[in-house]
Design a protein around this ligand. Structure first.
Ligand code: R5P
Length: 294
């Protein structure tokens, strides 16, 4: 049966591309807010007996989660033949341990909510640091797809003589994989985060690479402090103007403008979150992942 694909607000472009790539049908789902701020959700497509796919990137998750859960609940009641979630960016993955006494380990509770309403989930490069795989918290079948091949391909085609720069030891595995695929050298920085917007990085032996173009690669750009600190270190070391690549363009507040002002030559992200910086299309990768559940 042809899948019905529904975008949540802001995900229309990606949902349309996925419908094309999967020979699926784009469905119509209405969302609006009642005057008191509560969410209204209504299907305008007949979903009984059809596989339903909800496309919703989960940046700013607290604004979206109620509507998403209501859409999944309604699909179940209306007789959908399975409900999949395509969340190219998966939220609440960084609070994966109790860093301070009394804190909520939100990644676990968020996963429990998705597990309760969906039959499967596809995402891209979820922030797995202290956890090895999504299955530690997600009990539904999941696919964690990788942006690395598409990122490496972009670097190979667009950057002459690159040296990849990873912001911290967490990123080493990932940056190393991109570097191998792009056939480029890489460096990994030492990062200390003192607070949400207070990040310190050191760049070892960067002077050895002055004749290369630095390409900063990170999974998430949120406040952009990590990239901004790195860009300013590279500037002090008189390195060429860097290219900044993030998989997920979270860009909290003025982060994008701040990074431009800090001296990033080019800022490029994957289209897991719709943003002006999107330059690497992951819809074929997502379609491939979704196909395994259809
Ligand atoms: C951290 O563990 C992640 O890999 C990123 O380095 C981090 O989320 C970037 O955050 P920000 O842009 O706020 O410095």
């Amino acid at each position: 049966m042809t899948p019905l694909i529904f975008p949540l607000p802001g995900n229309e472009f990606l949902a349309r591309k996925l419908a094309e790539l999967l020979d699926g049908e784009l469905g119509r789902l209405e969302f609006r807010r009642f005057p008191d701020g509560e969410s209204y959700v209504r299907y305008h497509s007949d979903i009984a007996g059809r596989p339903v796919i909800l496309v919703c990137s989960l940046n700013r998750p607290d604004e979206k989660t109620n509507a998403l859960i209501f859409a999944a609940g309604a699909a179940k009641e209306l007789g959908a033949d399975g409900i999949g979630l395509v969340a190219p960016y998966l939220a609440y993955m960084r609070q994966d341990k109790r860093f301070h006494p009394g804190e909520a380990v939100t990644s676990t509770y968020f996963a429990a909510m998705i597990n309760a309403w969906f039959d499967w989930m596809v995402t891209v490069d979820p922030h797995l640091h202290r956890r090895e795989s999504l299955s530690e918290i997600y009990s539904i079948p999941t696919q964690a797809l990788q942006a690395a091949p598409a990122v490496a391909d972009w670097i190979r085609k667009q950057v002459d003589k690159p040296v990849l720069v990873g912001p911290d030891s967490e990123s080493e595995q990932w940056v190393g994989a991109v570097a191998t695929l792009a056939d480029a050298p890489y460096l990994v920085l030492e990062k200390t985060r003192h607070g949400d917007r207070d990040v310190e990085v050191t760049v070892p032996q960067v002077e050895d690479w002055r004749d290369h173009r630095p390409v900063l690669v990170d999974d998430i750009i949120s406040t952009a402090r990590t990239m901004i600190e790195t860009v300013s270190h590279l500037k002090h070391a008189r390195m060429p103007v860097p290219v900044c690549i993030g998989v997920h363009a979270v860009f909290a507040g003025e982060a994008y403008q701040d990074l431009q002002i800090a001296g990033a030559g080019q800022i490029v992200t994957c289209n897991t979150i719709s943003h002006a910086s999107n330059g690497i299309d992951l819809s074929p990768v997502l379609a491939e992942g979704i196909r395994s559940f259809l």
